[in-house]
Design a protein around this ligand. Sequence first.
Ligand code: ATP
Ligand code: MG
Length: 257
Amino acid sequence: MISVRNIHKSFGGIHAVDDCSIEVKRGTITGLIGPNGAGKTTLFTIITGFIKPDAGQVLLEDRDITGLKPHQLFDRGLVRTFQIPHEFNGLTSLENLMVVPAAQDGENLLKAWFMPGAVAQREAEVLVQAEETLAFLGLEQVRDVLAGNLSGGQKKLVELGRAMMSGAQMILLDEPGAGVNPTLLNQLGEKIQRLNSERGITFCIIEHNMDMIARLCDPVIVMASGTVLTSGVMEDIRKDERVLEAYLGSSETGDPA
Ligand SMILES: Nc1ncnc2c1ncn2[C@@H]1O[C@H](COP(=O)(O)OP(=O)(O)OP(=O)(O)O)[C@@H](O)[C@H]1O
Ligand SMILES: [Mg+2]
């Protein structure tokens, strides 16, 4: 589905991504792991159009999407989840979901003038979809709570909900488990699995929590020093001495656990 070919990206003298090529196959939950500073987030940022690579190509379904802007990729069903934007902390969980398709429609003022009925109908549909999404995520009880007051794990679930509301076919998650308590982490993992198996959504997940990666992801790609060290099933990766060395050699914070 996504094919990354020979990507290079430097910041000053640092080769953040250095001749990196990866494939994310449709229908998979692909894991992307590697020590701190390996270039994982930079690669995601390039794939989703927030920065341009110095060299290399990104293909989505065999179409070259290198250099396209995030909103253009959004329209093609590719999204990366973010923390809930600051300005949305003052909106409820429900409202945070409802604004996603509205932004997509461009809140067309002309349409509102000439087709008020159609706009009202669309709003009603979006409300139903947002309610269904909250139910799917088990967030009904925080429907009307301001996003700024949600727990860290609940925020992650709302972020996933925002990705669902966009109709994305491919979702990139950067460390969804960071700062999430074990119970909510299990819930988050279960929702990702269901979205994958029931709705066919493809995921690529960066994560330092190896239990989560082992439970959800096949295959797993290991990055180190800006490029791919190895890839395969987690069982084999676990036994690969080069992977352990990369983690140990990276830094004092390189503990993979
Ligand atoms: N905007 C930037 N300006 C300068 N250097 C950057 C920038 N973004 C990333 N880097 C550097 O590029 C390298 C790769 O960083 P990146 O954030 O992609 O790593 P990562 O694999 O996501 O690490 P972590 O697991 O700690 O999140 C690091 O050395 C980082 O300091
Ligand atoms: Mg990162």
